[in-house]
Design a binder for this molecule. Structure first.
Ligand code: ZN
Length: 505
């Protein structure tokens, strides 16, 4: 790219403008990180305004006609460039994002953002009071705005498609719906069969584990996995997330429960997976639209791969368990590694998605995805949502929430994001994680033995080469094909689940 920049002034100008927009967005990310970690409560109102201002400036700058002109000129001048080159990819991806951004009026962006803040506030108050009626009018308005947003992209097959495409480019409501249908067919009998067996005893995880020692241990683990702490750090928050200010500064956050060991540990590994993806992006892409993970699903595939396929594997704990025992001798000295391994892989029909195990997790997501579609289709009114939610749980998992706080109000997504496009990425990520991991194992069958020795380098290198470095140069569909030689399939995930849990239960 360096040499081309010198020879092509329009590309240089485009990159200058994109860098400026990137800097505004990165500043907003830093304000958001601060809001979620260290900001005193008194800063909330001003912070909301500051974030909205930066968002508006970035949107205006990105949708400026000058950007459209530069992209049009570059596309004409550079038609001979091969698809795979960094330059052709930068022009292609920027044009794709530009074409979407200009379809949405700035006035709507502000109106939607304002409603999200209000709806979030109403939800935060209504949830602890178990008062769905209080949040219902806000959610009805959210549904209207989500439909209005979708209608800026006419020509869709299903009204959820534009919302899904924002998060998971190339996916549609119909393709995801059929993936979920097949998953349910496979998973529901597995869950039923596990539920008929004696429950696993996981009391070893539910003891007192002092916070400072939990944090010290998870820090040691994530450093060993390959998270570069010279280009990252971990802080505490309420709802863990990963954020990036540049390729040299990719941060994660975690939360600690002193009465449950698994929370901080696995959320740290999860966010580390997200962070290593971003840290692994080619430095050539810095400050351009290419310097991002390619979709919500592929991003989640990386967090789940490290959290579950690596972090909840027997090999992983053959290496780390003696270290964990040394950190918590009184709690764990009489607990065998096998007891611990079974405890962290306990399967349970539960109500809360974020605490769900690998086997039931996708059923939680399937319920939400189907409800989103039905609301957008006009087949389900918001006032009937709590009953539909409970019915979804009864059918898929055989349990029913005793309150809306544990039911329809448990996730923040519909109340601060949109209705549509919010949940499919979690399941796409789980499916992809198994497919990517299987491809890495096929290329390097020595990976499990290396994990047993605390060596993650071969796996990390494979992910770096096949996924991370490309940023969002390739669509999720292209990336899956290139990295694994096959289109996305539910089969690797199902055989992983059958093999692992067939042995545990
Ligand atoms: Zn995640």
């Amino acid at each position: 790219m360096q040499t081309l920049e010198k020879t092509h002034p329009k590309l240089a100008e485009l990159k200058t403008r994109l860098t400026e927009i990137n800097d505004i967005n990165s500043a907003a990310s830093l304000l958001h990180w601060d809001q979620a970690t260290y900001m005193p409560a008194g800063g909330a109102a001003a912070r909301g305004r500051q974030l909205a201002t930066l968002g508006q400036i970035a949107h205006e700058k990105f949708t400026a006609p000058a950007i459209g002109q530069l992209l049009a000129d570059l596309q004409t001048d550079r038609t001979s460039l091969p698809y795979d080159t960094d330059e052709a990819s930068l022009i292609r991806i920027t044009k794709r994002e530009y074409d979407r951004a200009v379809k949405v009026p700035a006035e709507f962006v502000a109106r939607f953002s304002h409603h999200r803040t209000e709806c979030y506030g109403a939800w935060a108050k209504a949830r602890p009071e178990n008062n769905f009626a209080a949040v219902q009018p806000y959610l009805e308005r959210m549904l209207e705005l989500s439909r209005e947003y979708a209608n800026f992209f006419p020509g869709y097959e299903h009204i959820a498609d534009p919302l899904i495409e924002d998060a998971d480019y190339g996916m549609t409501a119909n393709t995801v719906r059929s993936l979920f249908a097949r998953l349910r067919e496979e998973l529901v009998p597995i869950v039923q069969s596990i539920a008929s067996q004696p429950a696993i005893d996981d009391t070893c995880l539910r003891q007192h584990f002092p916070e400072d020692r939990q944090l010290a241990f998870s820090h040691q683990v994530i450093a060993q996995l390959g998270y570069d702490l010279q280009r990252g750090r971990q802080d505490k928050t309420l709802h863990p997330f990963m954020t990036k200010f540049s390729l040299g500064d990719v941060r994660i956050t975690t939360r600690v429960y002193e009465n449950h060991l698994a929370q901080a540990l696995f959320s740290s590994i999860h966010e580390t997976g997200h962070a290593m993806y971003e840290q692994g992006i080619s430095p050539e892409f810095e400050a351009t639209p290419l310097a991002n993970g390619t979709s919500a699903g592929v991003h989640e595939s990386q967090s789940r791969l490290w959290e579950n396929l690596v972090g909840r594997s027997r090999e992983f704990w053959q290496f780390f368990y003696p270290q964990l025992q040394a950190v918590f001798p009184t709690q764990l000295q009489d607990v065998s590694v096998e007891t611990f391994y079974r405890a962290i892989n306990k399967v349970e029909r539960s109500l809360i998605r974020t605490d769900a195990d690998e086997v039931t997790y996708n059923l939680h997501v399937a319920i939400r995805f189907e409800l989103e579609l039905q609301m957008l289709e006009g087949k389900l009114a918001v006032r009937d949502l709590p009953a539909a939610w409970n019915e979804g749980y009864r059918t898929a998992l055989g349990i029913v929430p005793s309150s809306d706080s544990e039911g329809v109000m448990q996730d923040v997504h519909w109340y601060m994001g949109s209705i549509g496009g919010m949940f499919q990425g979690y399941t796409l990520g789980n499916l992809m994680s198994a497919q990517f991991f299987a491809a890495a194992l096929q290329a390097h069958p020595e990976i499990p033995t290396q994990i047993q020795q605390g060596n993650f380098q071969t796996l990390l290198n494979w992910l770096q080469t096949n996924i991370y470095q490309h940023g969002c140069k390739y669509t999720p569909v292209e990336l899956m094909q290139k990295a694994t030689g096959n289109p996305l399939s539910i089969d690797p995930f199902i055989s992983y689940i059958r093999q692992k849990y067939g042995e545990i239960y």
